[in-house]
Design a protein around this ligand. Structure first.
Ligand code: AMP
Length: 215
């Protein structure tokens, strides 16, 4: 059986989370999202969560050593032995190097391509469920009942602190400076797969799946 060790790359708001969840389900591999793990820690108020919160709320990246530590622990869990899809990690060159040092050789890095203008538009209208983390958009994907989460029924959808305009600008700046250079890094490794993130989410999923067919 093919072992899929995958990673999702792309700017904030590219649809990495949505697509990674779908790919994880199709291939029956765990979805490893550092953003989800950090938000969970913040919600629980753990030491890690408190440390991460100040960076996250400002739209800054959490320090490398913190994120590398949580990914290392997660990938040592049994369910990750047969493959996984990383979503939101690595986001910096030192994180990519740490992943390689853990002995992880990625089979494919899916780079979801979306322009800055599209990112601003998408994140500006994004609504999240504070209870289960489900994501909506004021225009493109409103919940079926106003202000109520379709997934868990929670009442009161919110704009994440890091989806506020100042934080969006900060996140994009961070993306271009620290994360975009990884495109070239993985291209050189011969594992980069470029997919356009514009258009209907289903066709983006199919484009990703077809890129994975020749693995
Ligand atoms: P995301 O949901 O992937 O956009 O992540 C939300 C926030 O969590 C980011 O804006 C960062 O503050 C933090 N974060 C997630 N993944 C990483 C990472 N690999 N390195 C540093 N910070 C991260």
């Amino acid at each position: 059986m093919t072992q899929y060790r995958l990673m999702m790359l792309g700017p904030p708001g590219a649809g990495k989370g949505t697509q990674a969840k779908r790919i994880a389900e199709r291939l029956d591999i765990p979805h490893v999202s550092t953003g989800d793990m950090l938000r969970e820690a913040r919600r629980k108020g753990t030491e890690l969560g408190k440390k991460a919160a100040e960076f996250m709320n400002a739209g800054d990246l959490v320090p490398d050593d913190v994120v590398i530590g949580i990914v290392r622990e997660r990938l040592e869990e049994e369910d990750a032995a047969g493959g996984f899809i990383l979503d939101g990690f690595p986001r910096t060159r030192p994180q990519a190097e740490a992943l390689a040092e853990m002995g992880v050789e990625l089979d494919a890095v899916i780079n979801i391509d979306v322009s800055d203008d599209e990112v601003i538009n998408r994140l500006g209208g994004r609504l999240s469920c504070p209870s289960c983390g489900a994501v909506y958009h004021e225009e493109a994907k409103p919940p079926s009942k106003d202000n109520i989460c379709d997934e868990c029924g929670h009442e009161g959808l919110i704009t994440r602190d890091d989806d506020r305009p100042e934080a969006i600008k900060q996140r994009l700046k961070g993306y271009h400076k620290q994360t975009a250079p990884l495109i070239e890094f993985y291209e050189k490794e011969g594992v980069l797969k470029n997919v356009s993130g514009v258009g209907d989410p289903n066709s983006v999923t199919e484009a990703i799946v077809s890129e994975l067919e020749d693995l």
